[in-house]
Design a protein around this ligand. Structure first.
Ligand code: SAM
Length: 321
């Protein structure tokens, strides 16, 4: 097992199944162009082999299937059932929710237990101005369907000063009523936000999120796994919520995440543009592949920051948000 001086190792893998997305969220895509062609992407079989090799070489035991929009590619239908059979401790899918109803049978037949749905507002007009596509009612219908089917649901919301700050409480109420755990993700300086003024304008930190919630709810901080990205809070008798506080409370020193982009590159850190091509490894026989992965993984682990999230110009949908 490869471990660094801070005791960090790779345990959580995020796979970007495709960089293509049917949304063009303002914080992810600068020019509003969606469905951007993703070139030289791995096929489903190569991606499953990559996951298996990373389980064996790095000790990966948790997988998040993301993108782009993972449900947009036909690869999803073969990748999900295949990785569900690999013996991982935990598998989840992060989706914008537009195709959840259509994919419900695939999700349930695979044995998936939980899902993360990204939703930034309950207001239909604002929804369209943030996502620049999609349909709010479809996402809400998908959320009801996965709830009724018994999946555990987390909802991801990125609060932004000029776009949806007033949605913090309505979103929390909506999630608490349905037993969903809402995760507020602090806006990250990724992609165009690394260099644009929009980040300073729109960033809302953990303290302000907690202040808004504190006007209506009493809450206390509760346990989270040591390598969790989220700080978790409990509202007695009502439920829990979390904040992924990259800026306010960076968790780099306990970060166990590794990312595989849709074109086969490994990324050890969101705050580093360094990537390591895994494609040549996929063509090797098992023992050669594992040996060659060790040196790649050592370099990827070396890319991690000590404890500051600085962001990068890399776009989230390429490397798997
Ligand atoms: N299409 C899927 C979805 O919408 O969940 C998966 C990909 S998306 C890149 C994954 C998550 O990254 C979403 O919850 C999105 O809100 C978040 N995200 C993307 N760019 C971000 C940024 N600059 N700051 C914070 N969160 C971001």
């Amino acid at each position: 097992m490869i471990v660094d001086a801070l005791g960090r190792r790779f345990r959580n893998l995020r796979v970007s199944l495709t960089a293509a997305c049917n949304y063009a969220c303002t914080y992810c895509v600068p020019n509003g162009k969606r469905l951007q062609a993703a070139t030289h992407e791995l096929d489903a079989e190569e991606m499953v082999r990559a996951v298996q090799l990373l389980m064996d070489a790095a000790g990966i035991d948790r997988l998040r299937i993301t993108g782009g929009e993972p449900m947009l590619t036909p690869k999803f239908d073969t990748f999900l059932p295949a990785v569900m059979k690999l013996g991982l401790k935990d598998v989840s899918v992060t989706t914008n929710g537009q195709f959840v109803l259509r994919k419900l049978d695939t999700l349930l037949d695979s044995g998936l237990r939980r899902i993360n749905v990204s939703l930034d507002t309950l207001d239909a007009d604002r929804f369209r101005s943030i996502a620049r596509s999609g349909d709010l009612a479809t996402v809400l219908g998908g959320l009801e369907a996965v709830k009724d089917a018994g999946l555990k649901v987390k909802v991801n919301m990125v609060p932004m000063r000029t776009a949806n700050a007033d949605q913090i409480l309505p979103m929390l109420d909506y999630c608490l009523e349905r037993g969903f755990e809402l995760r507020f993700i602090e806006l990250m300086q990724m992609g165009h936000l690394k260099t644009s003024q929009a980040f300073q304008r729109d960033f809302i930190g953990m303290a302000d999120i907690l202040e808004a919630i504190g006007e209506h709810y009493e809450f206390s901080r509760t346990d989270a796994p040591y390598d969790s990205t989220a700080v978790r809070y409990e509202i007695p008798g009502a439920g829990t919520f979390g904040i992924i506080a990259n800026e306010s409370e960076p968790f780099c020193s306990a970060c166990t995440r590794l990312r595989l982009s849709s074109n086969g590159h490994l990324y050890g850190c969101l705050s580093s543009a360094a990537s390591h091509d895994m494609k040549p490894v996929l063509a090797l026989p098992e023992h050669h592949a594992l040996a060659s992965l060790q040196s790649i993984l050592m370099r990827a682990l070396g890319d991690k920051q000590r404890n500051t999230f600085t962001g990068e110009v890399t776009v989230m949908k390429f490397i798997g948000g």
